[in-house]
Design a protein around this ligand. Structure first.
Ligand SMILES: C[S@@+](CC[C@H](N)C(=O)[O-])C[C@H]1O[C@@H](n2cnc3c(N)ncnc32)[C@H](O)[C@@H]1O
Length: 340
């Protein structure tokens, strides 16, 4: 008996923590009138946002979570409330549950956070997230230590899943950009003994990553590069750039900028690799991606993207051959593209 080593599959834990969004995304929809509006007429996201007076971008993320909960559905670009929602959540329905669910608006703190974000399109001022810290481009060592620890736990299984992918066998030098604790770079280096890995992040985070590298016994083969990816020159000489959970922190516009910086620093034939949880192409689920996107909405400037959205972003920078595979690391996929 006793502790066991990590595997690549931690979906049990993800299902558990993402369940925190299941009820509040519905109580918020009840409060702002989503089920009445979509129970009465099909609407596009823009039409519904105007009708119930909420932020359109945030509403798109909420609707994906409601759709993957079975409460709304999208057909030909228009949303409607499902028969279940029209039976139990339409305020004029005989079986309306609102009188009971109403109580949870007060008792579940996530209700207030999701409501504020939906109304304003901005994350709550009291959001507990790394986003506001790294967006400043610097942070205290104490904050870096806290972020590195929680990202290490969050990313262990997907890092193992990514590291097992055969495409790393063709890569001699890899830069893990926005590395956090370095968990991905470390696992990929472990699985590929001839690979040299550079962990790039803000300087305070690099100090934390160096501690994890030392614990893993990889000092020398895995090194750190303290670089602000927006403000400083990127190191060159890598066959591939790897980004895990970085693009989901930022807007499409910022991601096009990051992709261009990567493109410029890579050699011809170089690869860009993204470890992300992907939304469906229709942007209406699945729940594990839609609920993660709600977390991005309340804590960062980003969201979870679909493969077509990543294709558009990466091709805008000049990359070609954009593909995705499920890695078997939790719910994660690996998106890859090439610099011609
Ligand atoms: C969500 S964490 C991802 C960490 C790690 N890749 C993982 O998946 O576990 C985002 C990382 O991006 C880093 N980051 C944010 N802004 C940055 C910048 N301007 N330059 C370099 N790194 C940055 C943060 O410090 C943080 O470590």
């Amino acid at each position: 008996m006793g502790p066991l080593p990590p595997s690549a599959d931690d979906r049990l834990i993800w299902d558990m923590w993402e369940s925190q969004f299941r009820l509040p995304v519905a109580t918020v929809a009840d409060e702002v009138g989503t089920f009445r509006a979509l129970g009465n007429a099909p609407m596009t996201t823009a039409e519904l946002a105007a009708e119930i007076k909420v932020d359109e971008r945030a509403l798109g993320i909420h609707l994906a979570a409601l759709a993957s909960s079975g409460l709304v559905e999208k057909r030909d670009g228009r949303w409607t409330a499902t028969p279940q929602a029209r039976t139990w959540l339409h305020p004029d329905a005989e079986g309306y549950w609102g009188g009971f669910l109403f109580r949870f608006r007060e008792t579940i703190p996530m209700h207030a956070q999701l409501l504020e974000t939906l109304k304003t399109g901005k994350r709550p001022a009291d959001a507990v997230s790394g986003g506001p810290e790294w967006e400043r481009g610097h942070m205290s060592q104490e904050v870096a230590e806290r972020i590195a620890k929680f990202m290490h736990a969050h990313s262990m299984a997907p890092a193992r899943g990514a590291a097992a992918q055969s495409l790393f066998g063709d890569i001699g030098t890899l830069m893990d950009v926005g590395c956090g604790s370095g968990v991905y770079g470390i696992e990929i280096a472990r699985a590929n003994p001839r690979m040299q890995v550079t962990l790039m992040d803000l300087k305070e985070m690099c100090r934390e990553a160096a501690k994890f590298v030392e614990q893993a016994g990889l000092t020398g083969r895995v090194t750190t590069a303290p670089v602000n990816m927006f403000e400083e020159e990127w190191p060159t000489g890598h066959d591939a750039h790897f980004f895990a959970n970085v693009f989901h922190d930022w807007s499409e516009e910022t991601n096009r900028l990051i992709a261009k910086k990567s493109f410029d620093a890579l050699p011809s034939g170089g690869k860009i690799l993204l470890s992300e949880i992907l939304m469906d192409d229709e942007l209406d689920g699945p729940w594990y991606a839609a609920s993660f996107s709600l977390l991005m909405l309340v804590g960062t400037l980003g969201k979870q993207y679909s493969l077509p959205e990543f294709r558009e972003i990466l091709e805008s920078a000049g990359f070609t051959d954009v593909q995705a595979t499920r890695t078997g690391g939790g719910y994660y996929s690996l998106v890859s593209a090439t610099k011609p």
